[in-house]
Unconditional design. Structure first.
Length: 255
């Protein structure tokens, strides 16, 4: 396996909420790009807990992570997104692009993930003009990690930011599409799990392929009606972030 060095234009900040703690990780110097699917950032870094560790970043980058922050959150700590953003708020520069890959809806506010970020980072002492992007779609990590062909959506009201993220993540096995309907993309990513649970129950009861197909198609129809009522673009639900993500979640052995 050969190793190539991909210089970073600027440092990347990773904010990761995992299990019982939150880390804010500044990544400096350079990224080592391996012949396989993983980019290894091999630096000693300081988290908010002043710990030293190394990071493995899934995926291959054709460009350095100039001005991009990524936020990743454990599914069982959805509420941790707000606290992570609060810890990061004093350190995020004005005009920063932040990419969120979490999926869900906040219980009390019914905010999507980027709406939580906008709310928390917009408080006193926070950065001005933050550019929020949601990265979502049918992307099981088990397949992305071994370079199987994958597509995903970079969604933002700021299409310049969405296209920048598209360029960063696109490579010969990952194709990134853009969509300005960030609300529809995030709603799809959250609600498809409810439909997929129904499909799993149906399968467990032995109801077969017909019932599975009915739940998936009627489920996406209901999701599209909900999205349109919330001001989303109906076409989003017929795309990768909608029916695409629902199919992979409702039918895959990885789900």
């Amino acid at each position: 396996m050969t190793e190539r060095v991909v210089p970073l234009d600027e440092k990347i900040l990773l904010f990761v909420a995992l299990r019982q703690f939150v880390l804010g990780v500044p990544v400096h110097q350079r990224a080592h790009r391996l012949g396989g699917a993983h980019a290894l950032v091999h630096n000693s870094v300081h988290g908010l807990n002043d710990g030293h560790f190394h990071l493995i970043l899934g995926g291959k980058f054709q460009r350095g992570g100039q001005g991009v922050h990524t936020l990743n959150h454990h599914a069982h700590l959805l509420h941790g997104l707000r606290s992570t953003a609060a810890k990061a708020r004093p350190f995020v520069p004005d005009g920063q692009i932040i990419v969120d890959v979490a999926k869900g809806i906040e219980k009390d506010t019914l905010f999507t993930m980027t709406e939580i970020l906008a709310d928390e980072l917009g408080k006193e002492g926070g950065p001005k003009g933050v550019r929020l992007v949601a990265l979502s779609g049918p992307t099981h990590a088990e397949e992305v990690a071994i370079d199987l062909p994958t597509t995903i959506v970079s969604a933002s009201k700021d299409m310049e930011a969405a296209r920048f993220v598209q360029t960063v993540f696109t490579n010969n096995v990952m194709r990134v599409y853009t969509n300005e309907d960030i609300k529809g993309v995030e709603l799809s990513g959250a609600m498809k799990n409810v439909i997929a649970l129904g499909v799993g129950i149906s399968t467990g009861l032995g109801y077969g392929d017909n019932a599975r197909a009915a739940l998936i198609t009627r489920g996406i129809a209901e999701l599209a009606r909900l999205g349109v009522a919330m001001g989303c673009n109906v076409h989003t639900f017929a795309g990768l972030a909608g029916i695409g993500d629902l199919i992979v979640t409702a039918t895959s052995m990885h789900s």
